[in-house]
Design a binder for this molecule. Structure first.
Ligand code: ATP
Ligand code: MG
Length: 779
């Protein structure tokens, strides 16, 4: 029984009960950091080692693929430790390296390889590889096991083709991305095109149901599935084919689900079918040697926009229990000790979440010391906020040998917020990783917009031209593009030389000649202005004339809105670049962005600061956490401000963020923030006011100057600033600049202290100037 002692000595009595649970249903509910995931992991190990369950009879659902990998590694380690003692009489770490490697690979082959552990999507696409040929949809169509999985952009192209070509609809009215979103929602609710059609009272809904129906035809023709099908199709298959369900039901005798609060209806349906074999009468379920074990925390339910529904968690006992009076104690374990965070952090989280009305009260006790106070920081703006955060990170890293870059996480509400942090990290050469998302300059929309700028700056850049020639779509098809590219290759010239010659285009481009000519003229127009226009104006012109932003706005989806925000953030980056640099040409700006994207991915074994959205941080933990951008309208986001349910979800998100921290938590907000290119005053988030004041250390530091060279220009600006702060600039003002002489104000960006002016100098042309730094005078 050494193994039992091995495993269970790392657990408290409640966790132990959960881990030792063998058959029947069990719900583990508990607050953040109470060891739910640990209990689930140990339970898998315990099933295999103590109950001799064959790993291939276990199905474990995790929230991300990374979590699945970590869980397997953890189990592998537990087994290796146990076998090391049993076979060598020695602890694993003390074994020679050769034996360690051997042992680990044996453990992998024997115990881990056959374990079904992964996300819903990965596990059920695997099941479909086995059995999809037995499935038939409502129109009698079939798929074979070589099916392709269409990603979101494939799926959207398909929808677009149907909208424009098959149904001849106006794609502005039936924007492919939003139509696809509606279809996806229908699928997540388990509705077929026919079922969906029945629910549509109006014209738009009926049209979308028609698109949905064609969309399914096209998927079938391509022997393809989209992401939603990976969940929905197994449900249908199980309902349709008793034998298939029977097979998987008897194979997966033990089903475990982490983060159960974020399960949606179709996912629940899958679990339920596998557990109950479609039986509705509880007495028919055979619990003798099987189990369903779920862990979750309703306070951390943050995916309702993907149809997650935490009432599924609340209904667990009713769904899988036997309804006997002592059910609560038999089929539920509550964990009440938090092992992750220092007491101050935990108390803050507990007090915050108590403001939610839709919740079940629970206890979460600290097991660790009080720790430091939470530091709340008010910065001047988003750049100052980023400087503050990175400065803290550098100081803490330097002063504490136990911390490395990997000990720090920066959590934000929206993807676009990562940019100022990334800029400083790049400048300082601090390794960082953007978890669950792309680095700013790798994002599609940023690459698209930069490709426009590159094509303008360097017409020989054919790759960039090709990227944007039909983005957004302007009716230039692949065949036309191939023709043009082919001709350029043939003549040994660049694509641009062909594009910029109207006669050639008219000859080569057939019906799309007009679109191609318009595109080329647009690019040349900008090329002519590269020398005279500031980059910010050029960019603004590009965004407007190309229709790029308008196209995103037309899509009207959350994802498109995210992209618009990112593009606006790029505009902010340009403004900042112009403020901070003497040489403000387009080429110089492009070079600075290339530097950012040149950052290598992390080398093996290197640790890095983690940047991620609050959504991506679920389940993770870090010694030091920075929760940034706590401002009304940003976090909680503006859409939740008038919607009590949405506001509660934002608060749960804040609870998730706070409870990621182990030792130290910093919360920050800015006094003003650039939104849509303008500096807007920002109000501190109501969540800050909901935290207990006595736990917060607030100390107004203003801008923290960097020690060496970094950001010194900005900190100088603050000190010089006050002199001309308050000056009321107007377009048309005549000004005198010490170096550039006299000029006229043509544009005003921002307001207050953060104002910058575009000035047309009599001798030099246009420049963007910070009037405060330049100590500009009116003449
Ligand atoms: P979340 O709700 O954020 O997903 P969780 O409930 O899944 O959190 P875990 O991640 O499993 O919590 O555990 C939090 C931390 O506490 C981990 O570092 C884990 O190793 C540690 N821990 C869990 N149980 C114990 C215990 N009994 N003794 C010591 N440390 C523990
Ligand atoms: Mg967890």
């Amino acid at each position: 029984m050494t193994a039992t002692i091995d495993f269970l000595s790392h657990l408290n009595p409640s966790q132990r009960r959960a881990v030792e649970h063998f058959c029947g249903p069990l719900l583990v509910v508990a607050g953040a950091g109470s060891g739910k995931t640990r209990a689930l992991t140990y339970r898998i190990a315990n099933l295999i080692l103590e109950h001799r369950v064959d790993p291939e009879n276990i199905l474990a659902v995790t929230f991300t693929n990374k979590a699945a990998r970590e869980m397997k590694e953890r189990i592998q380690k537990l087994f290796a430790e146990r076998l090391a003692i049993a076979e060598f009489g020695e602890r694993f770490e003390l074994l020679p390296e050769y034996d360690q490697v051997q042992l680990k690979s044996r453990v992998w082959r024997t115990y881990i390889k056959d374990l079904w552990c992964g996300t819903f999507h990965s596990l059920f696409s695997r099941i479909l590889r086995f059995d999809i040929e037995k499935y038939q949809d409502e129109k009698g169509r079939r798929w074979n096991r070589n099916f392709s999985i269409f990603d979101e952009s494939d799926a959207q192209s398909l929808v677009k083709e149907i909208v424009t070509k098959q149904l001849n609809l106006d794609e502005k009215k039936f924007e492919p991305r939003s139509v696809r979103y509606t279809i996806s929602n229908a699928k997540n609710q388990g509705l077929s095109p026919q079922e969906f059609a029945k629910e549509q009272p109006n014209y738009r809904g009926r049209v979308i149901s028609e698109v949905y129906s064609y969309y399914q035809d096209r998927l079938a023709e391509n022997n393809a599935l989209d992401f939603d099908d990976l969940i929905l199709m197994p449900v249908r298959l199980f309902q349709q084919n008793e034998q298939v369900l029977g097979y998987w039901h008897s194979k997966f005798r033990h089903i475990l689900v982490d983060e159960y609060q974020d399960t949606n209806r179709t996912q629940y349906e899958l679990i339920s079918l596998l557990v109950t074999h479609g039986e509705t009468k509880r007495s028919n379920w055979e619990w003798r040697d099987r189990s369903v074990f779920v862990v979750g925390d309703a306070d951390q339910s943050i995916y309702s926009f993907r149809m997650a529904d935490f009432t599924i968690l609340l209904d667990f006992q009713q769904d899988f229990g036997d309804g006997l009076p002592d059910e609560d104690t038999r089929t539920m374990v509550k964990l009440e000790e938090n092992y992750r965070s220092c007491e101050n952090i935990l108390q803050a989280a507990n007090q915050l979440i108590e403001n939610n009305t839709q919740r079940i009260d629970k206890i979460l006790r600290a097991t660790r010391g009080a720790g430091e106070q939470i530091f709340s920081h008010k910065a001047d703006d988003e750049m100052a906020e980023a400087e503050f955060v990175i400065n803290q990170i550098r100081t803490l890293e330097r002063q504490n040998p136990e911390l490395d870059w990997g000990s720090f996480a920066i959590l934000y509400r929206t993807n676009a917020q990562s940019r100022p942090f990334e800029d400083i990290l790049v400048r300082l050469g601090i390794p960082y990783t953007v978890v669950g998302g792309l680095k700013f300059y790798d994002r599609k929309e940023i690459k698209d917009v930069l490709a426009y700028l590159r094509a303008i700056a360097n017409p020989a850049d054919t790759v960039s031209l090709l990227r944007v020639i039909n983005t957004p779509r302007r009716g230039i098809g692949k065949a036309t593009i191939d023709n043009l590219v082919g001709a350029a290759q043939e003549l040994g010239t660049t694509l641009w030389e062909i594009l910029s010659d109207e006669t050639s285009v008219n000859t080569l481009a057939g019906r799309s000649a007009r679109s191609v000519n318009n595109f080329a003229q647009m690019i040349s127009r900008w090329q002519e202005q590269v020398e005279t226009l500031p980059v910010s104006e050029l960019l603004q012109g590009v965004l407007e004339d190309s229709g790029y932003v308008q196209d995103l706005l037309n899509q009207g989806t959350d994802e498109a809105e995210d992209r618009v925000q990112n593009v606006q953030e790029l505009f902010n980056a340009v403004l900042q670049f112009q403020e901070e640099n003497e040489e403000v040409t387009l080429q110089a700006f492009l070079a600075s962005t290339a530097l950012s994207s040149d950052l290598d991915n992390l080398k093996e074994g290197q640790t890095a600061v983690s940047l991620m959205t609050l959504h991506a941080s679920k389940g993770l933990e870090f010694p030091v956490v920075f929760l940034v951008g706590l401002e009304q309208g940003l976090f909680p986001n503006y859409r939740s401000m008038n919607d009590p349910n949405a506001l509660e979800e934002e608060r749960r998100l804040c609870y998730v963020g706070i409870t990621r921290a182990q030792e130290r938590l910093f919360i920050s907000h800015a006094r003003e923030r650039r939104l849509y290119g303008n500096r807007e005053p920002a109000m501190r988030s109501q969540f800050l006011d909901e935290l207990p004041e006595e736990l917060l250390a607030t100390h107004h530091l203003g801008r923290i100057p960097y020690t060496k060279g970094v950001g010194s220009s900005t900190s100088q600006r603050t000190t010089v600033g006050k002199q001309s702060f308050g000056e009321n600039w107007q377009v048309g003002d005549r000004v005198l600049h010490k170096k550039f002489g006299e000029g006229e104000v043509t544009h005003i960006f921002g307001s207050g202290r953060k104002i910058s002016l575009a000035i047309k100098f009599d001798s030099l042309g246009q420049k963007i100037i910070d009037p405060i730094v330049a100590q500009l005078q009116r003449v």
